[in-house]
Write a protein that binds this ligand. Structure first.
Ligand SMILES: *Cc1c(COP(=O)(O)O)cnc(C)c1O
Length: 385
């Protein structure tokens, strides 16, 4: 049997590989603690669960959902953008629900690029940015995020030919995996650069609400002209501990939103209506969970920073996200350090190079693990060195 070249070019999905490694170690009797995957351990708030149960009992919700999402959910997203970012969105043409933002990120290339086209991808970045390109036969070109530039892309350093050929640029702030945040100046420059080079910006913003020390994260769409050049992906996954529910959206430029929506009508049949009603409850119901989770993650971040200080490892103190981006010590690569920690400490971290070549020299520690487990993991890492 012969499979496609596309599938040959598709690397194994990072987190599926990590899951496999954890399972192997556990089968050997090792008490593995995973700091590898960004997946909240705290439950979804009860009011959201109750709403799902209530709506699941309505037979009308058992039928195919609308391809373009429940109008009420789209309106709820638009209202939330207005209230939270002062961004105006037309719920009918500028908001499209997604089966988790990962789904939209995997399909966006099919909607806006042709085979052989060039797309720019922040490096390190969420693995799907690259694999979405590979699936569409698109040529992904990495734009490095380096510490000297605060893990922001240096737009001026993108050469003229690449900027001319590129049709899209996928990036994300607050950033996974580096936990960097972007300045207003950067976003304004990005809009101007994208406009000048006719590049579609896909900004991925799942961590806008997971911020610390008084920092308030922006939406890309709040910068003048942003809606003319791009879209923003967002999700309920991280904000409301809803990773398993699979609900997010893309919003912004109507042409891009319509194109992705058209692809999706042929690929899927939308999100279970009961989940969309629960999504409305998430956006419009009590918001206490956001502050609670900020406090939990900030406390864990502080635990990690203190432990790293004692171990002698260096990382920037993050102002957002559920990640700490740690420099590997002298004599290690990302992979060899992650392997060392797994074998000697029974702790899973993700190697930075798995997010792209510029991630080499780092590992990513994730804060989505209970405090006591985190404390044990940090102690074991310390003892292993
Ligand atoms: C978690 C995450 C996503 C995916 O979120 P879903 O809505 O659960 O698919 C997308 N982008 C980044 C950067 C993430 O960290």
């Amino acid at each position: 049997m012969k499979l496609s070249r596309r599938i040959d070019n598709l690397p194994p999905y990072l987190f599926a590989e990590i899951d496999k490694k954890v399972a192997e170690k556990r089968a050997q009797g090792v008490d593995v603690i995973s700091l590898g995957i960004g997946d909240p351990v705290e439950p979804t708030p009860q009011n959201i669960i109750d709403k799902l149960c209530e709506e699941a009992n309505h037979p009308a919700n058992h039928r195919y959902p609308s391809y373009y999402g429940l109008p009420a959910f789209r309106r709820s997203v638009a209202d939330w953008y207005k209230k939270r970012f002062d961004v105006d969105l037309d719920p009918d043409t500028e908001v499209l629900p997604l089966i988790g933002s990962k789904e939209g990120l995997a399909h966006i290339d099919l909607a806006v690029l042709d085979p052989g086209d060039v797309t720019l991808i922040a490096d390190p970045g969420y693995p799907n940015y690259t694999t979405g390109a590979i699936l569409a036969g698109v040529n992904p070109v990495h734009v490095p995020l380096v510490e000297e530039n605060d893990f922001l892309p240096d737009l001026e350093a993108i050469d003229a030919a690449t900027a001319r050929d590129a049709k899209m640029f996928l990036l994300n702030y607050p950033n996974n995996p580096t936990s960097a945040i972007a300045t207003d100046g950067f976003f304004n420059d990005l809009v101007a650069w994208a406009d000048k080079n006719r590049v579609i910006v896909g900004h991925d913003n799942p961590y806008s609400e997971i911020t610390f020390d008084g920092y308030v994260a922006p939406s890309f769409l709040q910068y003048p002209g942003a809606k003319d050049v791009g879209v923003e992906f967002h999700s309920l996954s991280k904000t409301y501990n809803m990773t398993g529910w699979r609900i997010g959206w893309v919003c912004g430029n109507a042409k891009v939103v319509e194109a992705l929506g058209r692809v999706k009508t042929h690929v899927d049949s939308g999100i279970f209506n009961a989940i969309q009603y629960a999504g409305i409850e998430a956006l419009e119901g009590p918001q206490d969970i956001i502050q609670q989770m900020r406090e939990i993650y900030a406390r864990r971040r502080d635990m990690v920073m203190e432990a790293l200080g004692k171990i002698g490892l260096s990382a920037r103190t993050s102002k957002a996200t559920i990640y700490v981006w740690v420099k590997v010590p002298e004599g290690y690569t990302s992979a060899s350090f992650a392997t060392h920690i797994l074998n000697k400490a029974g702790v899973v971290v993700s190697p930075g190079n798995a997010y792209g070549p510029s991630g080499e020299g780092f590992i990513r520690i994730c804060l989505s693990v209970k405090d006591d487990q985190l404390a044990v993991a940090l102690q074991r890492i310390k003892d292993s060195l």
